[in-house]
Design a protein around this ligand. Sequence first.
Ligand code: MN
Length: 713
Amino acid sequence: MIRIGDIIERIEAYNPDYDEELIQRAYIFSAKAHQGQIRLSGEPYLIHPLEVAGILSEMKLDEQTIATGLLHDTIEDTFATYTQLKELFGQEVADLVEGVTKISKMSFESSEDTQAENFRKMILAMTKDIRVILVKLADRLHNMRTLEFQKPESRQRIAQETLEIYAPIANRLGIEWLKSELEDLSFKYIMTEAYQSLEKKIAKSEKERNRYIEFVIRILREKLMENGIAAEVSGRPKHLYSIFKKMQSQNIEFSDIYDITAFRVIVNTVPECYEVLGIIHNLWTPIPGKFKDYIALPKANLYQSLHTTVIGPKGERIEIQIRTHEMHQVAEMGIAAHWKYKEGINLDEKDDKRFRWLRQLFEYQKDLKNNAEFLETIKIDLFPDEVFVFTPTGEVKEFPRGSTPIDFAYSIHTEVGNHCKGAKVNGRIVPLKYLLHNGDSVEIITHPQAHPSKDWLKIVKTSRARTKIRQWIKTQEREQSIQLGRDLLEKETKRYAVSFNKLYKDGALKEIAEAFSLQSVDDLLATIGYGKITPRQVIRRILPPEKLEGEESKPLKKIISKIKRKDQSPILIKGVDNVMIKLAKCCNPLPGDKIVGFITRGRGITVHKANCEKVLDCDPQRLIEAKWKMDENIRHSVRIQTACTDRRGLLAEITKELASQGADILSAHAQITQDHHAVNQFVISIKDLKHLNKIIRALSHIKGVTEVKRLQA
Ligand code: MN
């Protein structure tokens, strides 16, 4: 537990002329105000403002900010008032405490409007005095450090809010350690299991890694000394959340993550940074594309360093950051590194890069009256993992990293997206799957005949583009089906000398649609177009049975099948027969598997396993019930694989067993692996799933066979 004496000592060390009396008085006032209050942890409440002030003193902030840390909860939780604080500690401190109080009342999980309102307040508070947000961040950090004492429901909410709002702000302010700690603490409470398992894995390999780190550091130090460069070299594991994010984004396991350690070389001058880079690249092979020069091109939060990843000793990938002492200070302390707190932010100071983003946020909150738009805009602005590109008129647009020209096209206008034919980036034609880079100048080529395709859904990143493409495809499919349904029904009505137009006009079709529980005539026509209802079924509701001809017309067959095949199909499709049926290659269903039909116009019905991924992706309107016909005589081919030890005669035994089970072998393929194992694949013909399972059981009982499984295709 920190004491006021510790804080005072710390301030003295970096700011000898500070107003010690202010700190002492703030401490005494806070102690009195919070007297008798206890935290959920059971400790006296005063510990919290003390810890917050302690964090602020670690950030080397001025005495007003630290006094605010001590007083930050007094207006909200005690008898103290703004006027009282102003009298005792001056306007500056009173304003700061009031600012923190206002932010503390915000809840970011509330409705969109409240959320937007809260953000607006927070931005205003920050632009008035950035110290408000620094105190709030310190407050949040201590609350996160003691989150275990909160009720479980509150833990989730607070952690989520921290991860979504406060960690990005800390990052935007360039305070690296604070951002990392907030992220790790949030991670721990939001995804406890993932956190603990990762923590365990890291602890397990700790000893070995520490040895490796020391080894690398020793080599680096020696090399730099040889070259006459005075440098501080250090290495430590990256923080858990960043490792977790990497595993997620690259979809890899912990064991496949190479560079979980970041090495850091700190030197005196910028030329030395590049010199060190040269030495390192001479020593170890750099990995192409991994070098980043944030010295020439600082990050938005003013972070500067050289980053490189090399193949280090023992072939391990290691990441090395090279920076000067000054850059290091900025990286660790961010905005706090050289901000003169007393002045507040002068928004007119145009050349002050550090606050350009804040000024931008301020402009947004003034200009964007629509709350949804405002929220979207500032969230993008708080998360720097975005790319900024230019329109042909020089307007800047932001996109999530990984966006393509199609995202860009839809951001201009839905029509531009729907007719996007190609794109030029920096004057050169690029494929539509091109990934936008920072600074690209993008121009979309449209054509009246160009239209979205389903493949676009795989390459777009923004939800706007995705929604618009889906909408277009659905509308198209529906229009086609309505037209087709109309053609079919008109033909059928003609046969019976019934006027389609009359049926339409006098409301008969509307009634029939309702009888089929459909919303509209268009729905009825679309359903006919999909082949789910036959025109005959419609006619039946109009004409008496004696007028109907004997032969049932089979429109679905007409729609979807030109190739007639003998009725060998093992599958029954609800409502129709004699249509062309194909078994889907992706999941190769067998009798006994649960199945579903998918209407592919012109190509018959494709039958998938009911749980096939392709089916889950498709328009449910095009699905149709399907069942297996129980016919013993129909055979199905299926591919199976056996793994076994490579012993003499085993293959013969397997084929004998297959024969005795009544399975014909259509093809066989055997492969011996290096460790004296054999993997055999057979395509066999069988009756149904039951038959297959029996065969699999029989094969697994053969001595030496370790695994038998059915392959999908
Ligand atoms: Mn607090």
